[in-house]
Design a protein around this ligand. Structure first.
Ligand SMILES: Nc1ncnc2c1ncn2[C@@H]1O[C@H](COP(=O)(O)OP(=O)(O)O)[C@@H](O)[C@H]1O
Ligand SMILES: [Mg+2]
Length: 455
């Protein structure tokens, strides 16, 4: 660290909304890898637990780095040209000047002892590869942990595939404390009790529970979706439903078993939803990040919206952050919804995209009108929460619609300081006027610089 540099602090990490199960060996292994390699990429199918594992590792390593840990959620960055500025903003506020975003980012990490976690790189592989390669050369104390379905493919990258959770063998008698031996079972039981208080493994349901864990291949997301079904189904019905669904899929698709399991878990959950819930699952997939009730009402207007929203939360399709009352689809679940939306036809897709664009356009216009005034604090406290996916400005311009209005869609939607987590804010954001451009520019300087100790 240079003599003039201020320490960055430990950094904020997303709050874990649900309990974390096991992964002791995996956490230890990833920490060991990070001690040896400067870039570690956790790969694996969607829903296997890459993000949760990375979060655990980040939490445990927080104090091992002088400048702490930074968690950068990339799922909402759909426009690759925003990658560098997003990462830079996530590291901490600093003067942007007029430099290229990559140069500004490189400067920000220079000589720092920092763990940077890039969550969900798969849709920006080339960009991440270029950026990570560059910044690793800027600081010997920098370590990067990525989660991605695919490796970045750069020299020095250490790729580690996140394993699914171990479960009991078919027909294995569980005996006492089986959940301590089998993380897949432990996760299923934790979520089963949450869905159906008082649920326990008994002599009557033991075989079904073992079969469920086995059929779900130890994939945490599939386990959670299935366990949520125990609100309305018995373990036997659940096991039978999975059996039928998997057999059906197995004969139809020549796809890897893991993907089949996920697809089957989703499609089965989907068929068990009411028509209004199914419709909403597809519709809310237009939100790349979290959204609130007002956004859902405006963008996905439907007759039974409230009921469908809470139905999807009950079924673990939507995750509700009760602190902010914002909803979110986990990425694999969103992808499934996108597929259903596409299947509903081009008109439906265009109608939703337009509604999505108009909602954020209206929000951006309100921001432009209100932020410099009594509402400033309220706006500052919304960073990242009510922000559109950063690619939606570009999409807005591409997807037709009133072109003259589009440039204003970017007004104000670039935070100098990104929130620490996927849907939380760090409370020290300052917004810049970008006028629809793709990254932070100096067009409208913040009124005050953040205090040095906030850096
Ligand atoms: N060790 C774990 N303990 C509890 N829940 C887990 C664990 N691993 C994954 N999950 C849950 O499974 C789901 C998918 O995990 P996630 O980390 O988002 O997967 P990925 O990043 O691979 O797509 C999430 O709801 C997550 O909370
Ligand atoms: Mg993830």
């Amino acid at each position: 660290m240079g003599p003039a540099q201020t320490r960055l602090g430990t950094g904020r990490l997303p709050v874990e909304a649900t309990s974390f199960v096991d992964r002791r060996l995996e956490v230890a292994e990833v920490k060991r890898l990070l001690a040896a390699a400067r870039l570690v990429t956790l790969t694996g199918v969607g829903g296997v637990g890459k993000t949760r594992l990375a979060l655990r590792v980040a939490r445990e390593l927080r104090r091992a780095f002088t400048d702490g840990v930074r968690w950068i959620e990339l799922i909402q960055v759909t426009d690759g040209s925003l990658l560098d500025s997003t990462i830079a903003a996530g590291i901490g506020p600093a003067d942007q000047g007029v430099r290229e975003p990559l140069a500004a980012l490189a400067e920000r990490v220079r000589d720092r002892a920092l763990l940077l976690v890039l969550d969900n790189c798969e849709h920006l592989l080339d960009g991440c590869a270029g950026t990570v390669g560059t910044i690793l050369r800027e600081s010997a104390g920098l370590r990067v942990l990525c989660t991605s379905r695919q490796p970045l493919g750069i020299v020095g990258e250490h790729v580690w595939t996140v394993p699914s959770m171990q479960g009991p063998e078919p027909d294995e008698p569980l005996g006492a404390a089986a959940d301590a031996r089998y993380p897949a079972l432990a996760l299923f039981l934790e979520r089963a009790v949450a869905a159906s208080p008082g649920f326990a493994v008994t002599a009557d349901n033991e075989r079904a529970v073992v079969e469920i864990c086995r059929r779900l291949d130890g994939l945490p997301l599939a386990i959670e979706l299935a366990a949520a079904r125990l609100r309305t189904l018995s373990p036997d019905q659940l096991a039978a439903g999975l059996r039928d669904r998997l057999n059906l899929l197995a004969t139809r698709h020549a796809v890897p078993a893991r993907h089949r399991t996920m697809e089957s878990a989703f499609s089965w959950s989907y068929t068990l939803c009411t028509p209004a819930e199914r419709d909403l699952w597809a519709s809310v997939s237009v939100f790349a990040d979290s959204f609130d009730l007002a956004a859902a009402e405006r963008v996905c207007a439907g007759d039974h919206l409230l009921g469908a929203l809470s139905g999807l939360v009950d079924k673990s399709v939507l995750v509700l952050d009760r602190a902010t009352m914002r909803y979110r689809l986990l990425e694999p679940v969103r992808q499934f919804g996108c597929g259903r939306l596409r299947a509903a036809g081009r008109d439906r897709v265009l109608a939703l995209r337009s509604a999505h664009r108009d909602w954020y356009l209206a929000l951006a216009e309100r921001f432009a009108a209100e932020w410099f005034g009594p509402c400033e604090l309220e706006w500052i406290e919304r960073p990242g929460r009510s922000r559109p996916a950063s690619g939606s400005r570009a999409r807005c311009r591409r997807s037709g619609g009133p072109a003259a209005r589009c440039p204003r869609a970017g007004t104000g939607w670039s935070a100098r300081s990104r929130p620490a987590g996927p849907h939380g804010g760090n409370g020290c954001a300052r917004w810049t006027r970008t006028g629809g451009s793709s990254g932070p520019r100096a067009g409208c300087r913040p009124r005050s610089s953040p205090p040095a100790n906030a850096r």
